[in-house]
Write a protein that binds this ligand. Structure first.
Ligand code: NOJ
Length: 989
């Protein structure tokens, strides 16, 4: 066919115009991936990956690390649980070595800790380049921020075997653990009950880039006639091509490095630290958040379905992030768990610098004792700087690992109860009147919520601790209205301080010397929301003290006791910095380079704000609530996190659950994702499904970008408004169970929502399941719907127990290890109740947690296959620290042999002390009803049962409903008339 000239020209013009228009109107919704480094663009990652390739390609690779004294015999010692030796690294062909002091600490908890330093840097015998003021040592203060306990040595640890090849140290509970420390090459095998579980340097990839002076190589002399471009070209033509330096020996990024136009001056030269850690027989590894990908980590060295890049930990403001990616996000917890049938182990790589982790799997176990296992997982950890510091956990259960990790880094702070309610946020509520109106509307539509949030626009010109004088004329009356309705306000405070005149916060910070410094030790100036800004250096104790003073009610005027804080942008986000953050050669308190502490930075700011909130007013002892975007190991002690700038898309809804599960198993379970999606406008079905999922996030907040349309729950048209409201009510009715789950997290580091492998570590078929979870120990199995037009779903069943539909009490016909189809019309969230559990609820609809404080409870008993069930309730005033003085109730419920009992699960240490205000008011709170699902048919005809408490017995009405259709038999007991805090029993015999 002949093409017509003019037509094709006009088509071209039309298409051009269309594409210009599209580029104008299509929101830029993809992360600028090129703004962030890939491994080959990060010198030390490239070198270490190449080193691994080089080593693994050799048939007889000998890692150049050995434990030997100068005389040739190993000089090692074990004293009070601490093994000491020096590792020698051979650094050249002549056999010269450098000394790397090694300590292996065996801790009472059964955890082992391996640290390796570098003698030359430790003794500060190195030279810095560029007149740098930076510290000379390898950073060794990560533990100051991350570790709060669990370091008591195991003085019973003993050497059980010693020869020329190495030593074996026996340690841990009942001496069941062993560390086999090999001398040449240096390596450690960690064993439990005689079986190797974790191996260090088994593949020989250990690498500590030792200090060396920069040798300036002379420029090759130029001969006449070679000058100028012409000469260069001629030379290139004539000379045979020089052989390329192998990447692991490439020195081009040793002394400086450029990315995106930013130069990193690297005054200490190359100093990376790397180690291979192998989990023989373990097919699954989990953890190392924050990444948007599956819970069971993928392989990272290419191949079908795998990633090409290692998992990266370098806290960054990634803006609109991509899913199913090992790319770094806002926070970093370098803690990994490995899982095989009936065994869980873990490692914690305590390092605050940029870190990359390669994961590969090998088919078949090398270990003859792990016959059941199908594969082994190899990991390769690479950090830019710092000492090597690794904790080893040998389990054997997921619960043990969570507990041992929590002993070191602390547990989730017991939260203020309101913070488990629903949070209503957007960027931005525009005025105090706007806030009041939203608050009234929520009431008008009977929608429960606890907190309304103010994003950056409430400030006067982005100056934190001020209010926009036109739009927020009367913040106190706003706070007052919220308080009258039992509600709270959260205001945002970021770490960048606007660098302008007449702003006391900046002049104070500068004059006191509390800002982060640039490489020349002057205050670092960068770009963020306010324009030119400086950053508080929250590593500095003096800065924390000063920060605390800014939150006093008479300084941050307009705030009240019901004001709490949101810390955003604390990676830190620096719009004009390399990878949207600070230059690595910036300096922090103690002259540590930003390079060393980058991943810890966000936590220090979160910590400063937490400190500020606990000390706002003398005598006011309320639990703080601070939300953070950036985090590190230990951040769980300080509040909640959320997964940052997601999108209003089904994919992002689906990605949130695995991300939140990963947070939970990495010890920071108080987490959530922006409900509705931050960017964009969710269609109503998506928004509705997101509320249904969000009702099961430990942190439950709706949030939206400044350009997104208003979407408060009452804005939805019917029937969606009612459906969303029902999801919110469900959250509130289960509040006692949520609070109890948080209590458990606070006690032993258990996740709040729990993946299948964590609850059922014997069921291999559930190890990769990451789209459903149990809520605490309630036995509630939830699978949110995350797909459009999906009105049924498959729920994986991990055991042989009875399962019932939460809403209908229908008995679900299940098979262990198989999925069962559950119907999920738009008004339904798939929730199953597992037999054998008892969980508390509060069924009287309420507007906020504060208004529910003294409501009666409902107890749901889901009778298990063996006719029994168990559960717990923890309750306190939800606000103060009085629980530390014994002002709480912790009850254990049990249904066994037709007897339902309640007794104290743990007794206050200060038992016998007078009841405080809350305890007194709580005295009359009771159980309004008890529902028993799966009740025996023999109860038919029973009209009442005896309840005994304090030696007195009275009768309570019982209504029995026999099984009908698919519905299981159930019984409802009327008001129990017993005190919550008293022991009681109900006899159903
Ligand atoms: C980035 C945060 O991720 C987002 O939640 C917030 O609304 C904006 N900063 C503005 O403060």
């Amino acid at each position: 066919m002949k093409s017509s000239g003019p037509l094709s020209t006009s088509w071209t013009a039309y298409l051009c115009l269309l594409s210009v228009l599209c580029s104008l109107f299509t929101p830029v919704v993809l992360v600028k991936e090129n703004d962030f480094k890939k491994c080959h663009q990060s010198g030390f990652c490239r070198r270490n990956r190449a080193y691994a390739d080089h080593a693994l390609a050799q048939s007889s690779w000998q890692a150049p690390y050995k434990i030997f004294s100068a005389e040739g015999a190993a000089a090692v010692s074990l004293k009070d649980g601490q093994f000491e030796a020096t590792i020698l690294k051979t650094v050249d062909e002549q056999g010269s070595t450098v000394n790397l002091p090694l300590t292996v600490s065996f801790l009472k908890s059964g955890t082992a800790r391996v640290t390796v330093d570098e003698e030359k840097r430790k003794s500060q015998s190195i030279e810095l380049r560029h007149d740098s003021k930076a510290r000379k040592e390898r950073y060794n203060e990560a533990e100051k921020w991350a570790i709060v306990g669990g370091l008591t040595p195991d003085t019973d640890a003993k050497i059980t075997h010693e020869d020329k090849a190495g030593v074996t140290v026996q340690y841990g509970p009942e001496g069941a653990f062993e560390a086999v420390i090999k001398f040449e090459p240096f390596a450690i095998d960690f064993k439990r009950d005689g079986t190797t579980q974790i191996q260090f340097n088994d593949r020989g990839l250990m690498n500590m880039e030792h200090w060396r002076a920069k040798v300036d190589k002379p420029e090759p002399e130029k001969k006449e006639g070679e000058e100028g471009q012409e000469g260069e070209e001629k030379k290139a033509e004539e000379e045979p091509k020089k052989e390329e330096v192998p990447a692991h020996l490439d020195e081009s990024t040793w002394w400086d490095e450029t990315f995106g136009g930013n130069i990193d001056t690297k005054p200490r030269g190359p100093e990376s630290v790397a180690l291979d850690i192998t989990f023989p027989g373990y097919e699954h590894v989990y953890g190392i958040p924050e990444h948007a990908g599956p819970l069971s980590l993928k392989e990272t060295r290419g191949g079908e379905g795998n990633y090409e890049e290692p998992y990266r930990l370098y806290n960054a403001d990634v803006f609109e992030y991509v899913l199913d990616s090992p790319m770094t996000l806002y926070g970093a917890i370098p803690f990994m768990q490995a899982q095989r049938k009936d065994s869980t182990v873990g490692v914690f790589w305590l390092n605050g610098a940029e870190t990359w982790i390669d994961v590969t799997k090998a088919k078949g176990s090398k270990n003859p004792l792990n016959r059941n296992s199908k594969a082994s997982t190899n990991t390769h950890w690479i950090s830019e700087s710092g000492i090597m510091d690794v904790f080893v956990f040998l389990g054997p259960t997921p619960k043990d690992i969570s507990k041992n990790y929590a002993e070191l880094t602390g547990t989730t702070a017991l939260p203020a109860e309101f913070s488990l309610g629903y949070h209503q946020c957007r960027w931005n509520y525009v005025s105090d009147d706007d806030v009041k109106e939203v608050d009234r509307k929520m009431d008008k539509f009977n929608i429960p919520y606890d907190v309304i949030w103010l994003d950056i626009e409430y400030t006067h010109e982005k100056k934190y601790f001020t209010w926009d004088p036109d739009m927020f004329k009367d913040p106190i009356s706003m706070g007052q209205q919220l308080d009258d309705h039992g509600r709270k306000l959260v205001t945002i405070i970021d770490p960048h301080i606007k660098n302008v005149d007449n702003y006391p916060v900046i002049s104070d910070m500068k004059s006191k010397g509390l800002a982060v410094k640039n490489k020349d030790a002057n205050d670092f100036d960068g770009w963020c929301w306010p324009g030119s800004s400086m950053w508080i250096d929250a590593f500095n104790p003096a800065a924390i003290k000063w920060w605390t003073s800014l939150f006093k009610y008479d300084y941050f005027k307009g705030t009240m006791e019901n004001t709490y804080i949101w810390n955003d942008m604390n990676e830190p986000s620096v719009f004009n910095g390399p990878e949207v953050t600070m230059p690595k050669d910036n300096l922090h308190h103690g002259n540590w380079e930003h390079r060393d502490v980058h991943n810890i930075n966000g936590m220090t700011f979160h910590n400063a704000t937490w400190e500020a909130l606990v000390s706002r007013k003398k005598g006011e002892m309320r639990r703080p609530f601070v939300l953070t975007r950036s985090f590190f190991a230990g951040s769980q002690r300080l509040g909640a996190m959320w997964t940052g700038d997601n999108q209003a898309s089904w994919d992002h809804l689906g990605a949130a659950v695995p991300m939140i599960l990963a947070q939970g198993i990495a010890g920071f379970p108080f987490s959530g994702a922006d409900v509705g999606g931050f960017f964009g406008n969710p269609e109503i079905e998506l928004q509705t499904r997101w509320y249904q999922a969000g009702a099961f996030y430990p942190f439950f907040r709706g949030h939206a970008h400044i350009d997104a349309r208003r979407r408060e729950p009452y804005m939805a048209a019917e029937p969606h408004r009612s459906i969303i409201t029902a999801a919110l009510r469900l959250r509130y009715s289960l509040m006692p169970s949520w609070y109890t789950a948080f209590f458990h997290a606070n006690q032993d580091g258990s996740p709040i929502i729990r993946p299948m492998y964590w609850t059922h570590p014997s069921e291999e078929s559930g190890f990769a399941v990451d789209d459903q979870f149990f809520v605490g120990s309630t036995g509630l199995l939830v699978k949110p719907i995350v797909e459009k037009d999906k009105f049924d779903t498959e729920v994986y069943i991990p055991d042989d127990e009875n399962y019932y539909d939460y809403f209908t009490y229908n008995k679900v016909s299940t098979h262990k290890g198989k999925s069962v189809s559950v119907s999920a019309p738009i008004e339904t969230i798939p929730i199953l109740m597992r037999g054998g559990h008892i969980f508390p609820r509060r069924d009287i609809p309420s507007r906020s947690t504060q208004l529910m404080k003294f409501d009666d409870y409902t107890l749901v008993v889901v009778i298990g296959k063996d006719g029994s069930a168990k559960g717990e309730l923890y309750v306190d005033d939800g606000d103060s620290f009085e629980f530390e003085k014994g002002q709480f109730l912790h009850r254990a419920f049990e249904f066994k042999q037709l007897l339902l009992t309640s007794e104290a699960a743990s007794k206050p240490s200060a038992e016998g002390q007078a009841e405080g205000e809350w305890m007194k008011q709580f005295r009359d709170v009771s159980f309004d009803k008890v529902v028993l699902v799966g009740a025996p048919s023999s109860w038919e005809g029973k009209k009442e049962v005896p309840v005994t408490s304090g030696g007195e017995t009275h009768k309570v009405r019982l209504d029995f409903y026999k099984a009908e259709g698919g519905r299981a038999a159930f019984a409802v007991l009327g008001r129990l008339g017993v005190r919550m805090g008293a022991d009681w029993e109900v006899d159903f015999a």
